[in-house]
Every structure is written in structure tokens, then in C-alpha cells.
Design a binder for this molecule. Structure first.
Ligand SMILES: Nc1ncnc2c1ncn2[C@@H]1O[C@H](COP(=O)(O)OP(=O)(O)OP(=O)(O)O)[C@@H](O)[C@H]1O
Ligand SMILES: [Mg+2]
Length: 379
């Protein structure tokens, strides 16, 4: 392609002589008689180099230069000038001509100008290759960085899980020890104590594995048009027995003005489950002399067409420090009873829906979690 030259001159003699010289130098030559003809030929042959007379009847050399540069700014255009055309020659350089050669044209001058054109083409190609390589390099590096971040997050998650498992294993070991003592000493009280410890820890490990499974699942959401009250209703049915067993009243206040919207109802169910379980825990943390624990699950219509879920409790509340940390992975104040996955998962699910979650809490008074979901998660 670099070796294709379009030769434009209105003088047949020059076209013949230069055509022969160019062919001898190894170029494929496309001759044209006028600027107009040249432009047409340019569009069909796409030469890398154009060698054109500067003064021609009709479309002049500078006009042709501008026209071909508009079509392809990378084309190299060498102007052929007569004596006294210096002004025109200089003007052509302003329009990014590669060079100009003065008639009568010697082979040497022509070769120098053509070499210059080929060098410019080669440099441009080098720059383009280099830029492409650079882009590739940047993409690779970014990918590696993302990978490293992901690995760091996995490391952090494994550390948290190991910590929880270590606690549970400790509890199981303790339980087994007490149980063994009970067998050894025929002591029913030890037997009962040991068994209770083991049972509690088996429950914990079952919960932990469920949490981890749910956490894995939460990476994907599957939205569909649904009644936003539906997951809330399910939670009330599911959690009422648990709340009652803990002496906590669970209330439902659902808006009747809500329209169906696009949500993942299973994921929302999971979020509400976490929030209500936390609220019941918070109520059981209070001293028995306080007013009875109440948890209220509300659904409300938001200003747009979305939905707001609220989970309010009059439980133990939180200090500022806890409020700041509660969405962090594996943050829990419940010792071996909590894994600290609940709110982290909840937040992740809400973010996937492009919604948001906020919390207001007063230590000793209670807490409200507000989940706002947009009408459509714009997936
Ligand atoms: N309604 C609430 N009232 C008071 N404290 C709360 C409430 N909800 C959350 N918290 C605090 O936030 C912490 C993190 O909650 P999160 O649900 O993530 O974990 P968890 O309940 O400890 O464990 P799990 O993974 O089993 O849910 C809790 O340990 C608790 O200290
Ligand atoms: Mg929780």
C-alpha cells in the first residue's frame, strides 16, 4: 500500500516521464489528468502517496491537497511546483503537504521527497502500534489490579469465616469436654450442660453455612415485576413464631397504594429477614424491666414509583461507633452468636437494585433501618 502513488499533472509529457521514473523506483502508479479526475481515482484506489502539480486548470493542487486530506488525513501529498510558485508551495505546507519538489524534477529530489513520505507513513504506523500496545498493557494491568483487589477481599472473607469457625470449634470442644466429664462421673448435670453446648454450636455452624450460601447467592439478582408487599408478608409469617418465642411483638404496617415494581423478591426477602432478625435480637438484649420489645415492618410509597421498607425496633439501639461499622464484613457485636454477614449481604443486594439503605439509632432507645428501592433497578 505504501508503494502506491497517484500522479496528477495536466501535462501528458510529465505524466509519462515521471510515471516511468516512479515505476522504475518500484511504485505502482495511478495517473490522473485533472484535480477532479484525481479525486475520483483517489476514492477508488486509496493511494498512500499523492504527487500533484500545484497549478492545474480547474481544481488546483492546493484544492486537491485539501480535498484528499479531508478524505484521509494520513495520505502523504507531495506538491510539484514551477519556478515562481514559492508562495503557493509554502501555503501547501500549511495544509500539511509532505514536501514540494521543483520542476524540472530530478530523480534524486523525487526520491528524497518520496522517502520522506514513506518515513512519515512508517512513523505513524509505529505510533499507532505503540498506542495499541499501550492500551493493551493498561487493560492487562487494570485487570491484574482488579484481580488483586478481588483476592484481597477473598482473603479478608476467609479470615472472617475462619474466625467464626474457630469460635464454634472452641464451643464444640468445650461441650465435648463437659459431656465426657458427665459420662466419666455419671453426672447428669454435666451431661446436660455439655449436650446443650454442643447443640448450640451445631446450630451456629448450620447458620453460618446458610449465611455463606446466601452471601454467595447475593452476587446475582433476578428482577421481575412483583408486588413489593409480598416479601414483607412472607417475613411476617415466617418470623412471628420466632418473635413470640422471644417475647417480642412483630407488627406489620403495609401500604395499600403500592404498585407492582421490578425487584428480586427473594433477595428482598433475604434483606428483610436479616433486618427483622437483628431487630428481634436487639429487643431481647434489653433489660426485662424495659417496655416490651416491639418490631414494626412497614412498606411505604416513595416520592417516585419505588418502595420504601422500614424495620423499626425499640431494642437496645447502637452507639455511633457501631453504626459506622455495621455494614462492614464480619462486624458483629454478638460474639459467637453472630457472623456479621447479615447487613453486609443486605447492603450488597440493595446496591445491586440501585437502592439505598440508611440507619438511625439511639443507644438504649431503638433503631430504624430504611431501605429505599427505585421503581426499576436499571439493570
Ligand atoms: N436493629 C439493631 N439494633 C441494634 N444493633 C443492631 C441492629 N441491627 C444490627 N445491629 C448491629 O450490627 C451488627 C451487625 O449486624 P449483622 O446483621 O451484619 O450481623 P449479626 O447480626 O451480628 O450476625 P449475622 O451474620 O448472623 O446476621 C450486629 O452485631 C449488631 O451489633
Ligand atoms: Mg444479623
Amino acid at each position: 500500500m505504501n508503494r502506491t502513488v497517484m500522479l496528477v499533472d495536466d501535462e501528458a509529457g510529465i505524466r509519462i516521464v515521471l510515471g516511468i521514473a516512479l515505476s522504475d523506483m518500484g511504485y505502482i502508479v495511478h495517473p490522473a489528468e485533472t484535480g477532479e479526475q484525481a479525486l475520483e481515482l483517489f476514492r477508488s484506489t486509496h493511494p498512500a502517496i499523492v504527487l500533484t502539480d500545484i497549478k492545474m486548470p480547474g481544481m488546483g493542487g492546493i484544492e486537491l491537497l485539501q480535498a484528499v486530506k479531508r478524505e484521509n488525513p494520513d495520505v502523504e501529498v507531495i506538491m510539484m511546483t514551477g519556478h515562481g510558485d514559492m508562495d503557493l508551495a509554502v501555503r501547501s505546507l500549511k495544509y500539511d503537504a509532505t514536501d514540494f519538489v521543483t520542476k524540472p524534477i530530478s530523480d534524486e529530489a523525487l526520491e528524497v521527497a518520496l522517502k520522506r513520505a514513506r518515513d512519515r507513513i512508517a512513523i505513524r504506523k509505529q505510533i499507532r502500534d505503540y498506542t495499541e500496545n499501550l492500551e493493551l498493557l493498561v487493560r492487562e494491568k487494570t485487570q491484574k489490579l482488579i484481580e488483586a483487589e478481588r483476592l484481597a477481599a477473598v482473603g479478608e472473607a476467609i479470615a472472617g469465616i475462619s474466625h467464626s469457625i474457630k469460635n464454634i470449634a472452641g464451643g464444640l470442644k468445650g461441650g465435648a469436654f463437659v459431656l465426657e466429664k458427665g459420662i466419666e462421673l455419671h453426672n447428669d448435670q454435666y451431661l446436660y450442660q455439655g449436650w446443650t453446648m454442643i447443640k448450640g454450636n451445631v446450630e451456629k455452624i448450620a447458620n453460618l453455612s446458610m449465611d455463606l450460601l446466601n452471601y454467595g447467592k447475593s452476587s446475582e439478582i433476578h428482577c421481575r415485576i412483583c408486588d413489593p408487599n409480598q416479601p414483607a408478608r412472607e417475613i411476617i409469617d415466617l418470623m412471628t413464631p420466632l418473635a413470640e418465642a422471644s417475647g417480642v411483638r412483630l407488627e406489620a404496617v403495609f401500604s395499600t397504594a403500592l404498585q407492582s415494581i421490578c425487584l428480586d423478591p427473594d433477595a428482598i426477602h433475604q434483606c428483610l429477614n436479616n433486618l427483622v432478625a437483628n431487630a428481634i435480637d436487639a429487643c431481647t438484649e434489653k433489660s426485662p424491666s424495659d417496655s416490651p420489645g416491639t418490631v414494626t415492618l412497614r412498606t411505604l410509597k416513595t416520592a417516585g414509583l419505588g418502595v420504601e421498607y422500614q424495620v423499626e425496633d425499640n431494642g437496645c439501639g447502637m452507639d455511633e461507633d457501631t453504626c459506622r461499622k455495621l455494614f462492614q464484613s464480619f462486624f458483629s457485636t454478638k460474639g459467637s452468636k453472630g457472623t456479621g454477614i447479615g447487613l453486609m449481604t443486605t447492603k450488597k443486594i440493595i446496591e445491586k437494585h440501585h437502592g439505598d439503605i440508611l440507619v438511625k439509632s439511639t443507644l438504649g432507645k431503638g433503631t430504624i433501618f430504611i431501605m429505599r428501592m427505585p421503581e426499576s433497578p436499571r439493570l
